[in-house]
Design a binder for this molecule. Structure first.
Ligand code: AMX
Length: 434
């Protein structure tokens, strides 16, 4: 058993007892109310899920097991000579609540990179899809094809006791996360590089190896991938990718089936697909104006045109946040350090100066500030990753770390099938009339 699995195993029994006594002592205590507006309003703010790995404060943003983004950037182990946290370290933190040391992180890198050959049938499955199939569709299909190797599904069929569910869920998570960069790179190279695939480099950490297999051999891009794959990993439990993974997993569908569901949710333009939409919006502006950095006046006109035609400004607003997303700030700091004069970054900065005030005047969005997706595109383009449709795949590879950590805890705590009650509009109307 690895150190991580051992640590996890030692935490499960006390946590089960804690939850049991909370339910026994306070089971009837009310934590939230549900209004008619909530039912029609996407359940914003209704406390109805338990997620141990992270929590979002509307003002401060994400905390992973209590640690803010600046704190994890400071405290998580880095690659040798690197300045960014390793996603491996975040995985350890999300699962255990503890900051790992370099040895623990090395062990996770080794685990993820152990069986990273992509099975032939997975390649064949992806190759059967037209190369212009959206990369997120390919990612979801690739994850489903990998499900053939699910240890959870096999052990469930063999009749494992409930108390053991977390164990193969963890093993599946390790293998699946380890293979995701292979799937992502395979999709990228078949979709955009004529199927000229690049073999993994065994000497690299997980994120750097993904950068390598994409074909971008730039140490700064490796650093970007480490940061990117860390900060996109988790955003508490109610966002669509996390919630969908949790919901499907509550049927005891294995981690592959569950993650594929979460990835399908991430592929929506109001969720993870916003990152490709931001870059597309910027390029569209530049094309219409004949290239270069537009003036403030020109950008303002484009922003109002977008809003007046009934579209959203991608990368701005949020279901929970009410301030600038710290994941945006982390990427901005990276850009200020490494690409301060980049043209697209200059536009992203101008948008930061303009959009909040325009959205305020527009008067609809509850949060006029940028979210994580407003920034990532300009960084990726800078290092040569210019295929916008691929961006959400990187988000998905990272998100797997968070939602699969949560799924392991779901199974450890024996969380049941999720099955809220639905009602009809007639029922609501008659209830309100009484
Ligand atoms: N541009 C224009 N209008 C916006 C807006 C934006 N960026 N953000 C919100 N609004 C509008 C909504 O469409 C809604 O309009 P309606 O009343 O006509 O339906 C109104 O403001 C109220 O919405 P809200 O309560 O502030 O937001 P929400 O919780 O319903 O939705 C989100 C949140 C992210 C879907 C929304 O802000 C949005 O569409 N943003 C642009 C897309 C985006 O960046 N998505 C990525 C989010 C981060 C992520 O998940 N990766």
């Amino acid at each position: 058993m690895t150190a991580l699995k051992e640590k996890l195993a030692s935490q499960i029994s006390p946590m089960r007892s804690r939850v049991k006594s909370l339910i026994a002592e306070h089971g009837e205590r009310k934590l939230s109310e549900v209004s008619v507006a909530n039912l029609y309003g996407g359940m914003r703010g209704v406390k109805s899920l338990v997620t141990e790995t992270s929590a979002v404060d509307p003002q401060e943003g994400i905390r992973f097991r209590g640690y803010s983004i600046p704190e994890i950037r400071e405290r998580l182990p880095r690659a040798e000579g690197g300045g960014q946290p390793l996603p491996e370290g975040l995985f350890y933190l999300l699962l255990t609540g503890e900051i790992p040391g370099a040895d623990e992180v090395r062990e996770i890198t080794a685990g993820w990179r152990e069986s990273e050959a992509l099975p032939a049938h997975v390649k064949a499955c992806l190759d059967a899809l037209p190369t212009d199939t959206h990369p997120m569709t390919q990612l979801s299909a690739g994850i489903l094809a990998l499900q053939h190797d699910s240890i959870f599904a096999r052990r469930y069929q063999a009749g494992m006791p409930k108390t053991d569910y977390w164990d193969p869920a963890f093993d599946d998570a390790m293998l699946l996360i380890g293979r995701l960069p292979l799937v992502a790179a395979y999709i990228y190279r078949r979709s955009y590089k004529g199927g000229d695939h690049l073999p993994p480099d065994p000497g690299l950490d997980w994120a750097a190896n993904l950068a390598h297999m994409l074909g971008i051999e730039n140490p700064e891009f490796r650093e970007l991938m480490r940061l990117y794959l860390t900060i996109h990993a988790d955003h508490e439990g109610g966002n669509v990718s996390a919630h969908a993974t949790h919901l499907v997993g509550s049927t005891l569908a294995d981690p592959y089936l569950s993650l594929s569901a979460g990835i399908n949710g991430l592929a929506g333009p109001l969720h993870g697909l916003a990152n490709q939409e931001v870059m597309r919006w910027i390029v569209n502006v530049k094309e219409k104006l004949g290239g270069g950095v537009p003036s403030k006046e020109q950008l303002t006109t484009f922003l109002w045109d977008t809003l007046n035609s009934g579209q959203v400004v991608p990368g701005y607003g949020h279901g929970v946040l009410r301030a600038t997303d710290p994941r945006y700030i982390a990427q901005r700091e990276f850009a200020l350090k490494h690409l301060p004069d980049d043209e697209n970054f200059m536009i992203v900065r101008m948008l930061f100066d303009l959009v909040p005030e325009i959205l305020r005047q527009h008067g609809k969005a509850k949060n006029p500030w940028p979210n994580v997706d407003a920034h990532s595109g300009c960084l990726l383009v800078h290092y040569g990753l210019t295929e916008y449709d691929f961006y959400t795949v990187l988000f998905g590879v990272s998100r797997a770390i968070g939602v699969l950590s949560s799924l392991v805890w779901d199974r450890a705590l024996g969380l049941p099938l999720e099955r809220p009650k639905s009602v009809t509009t007639d029922w609501i109307a008659s209830e309100c009339a009484s």
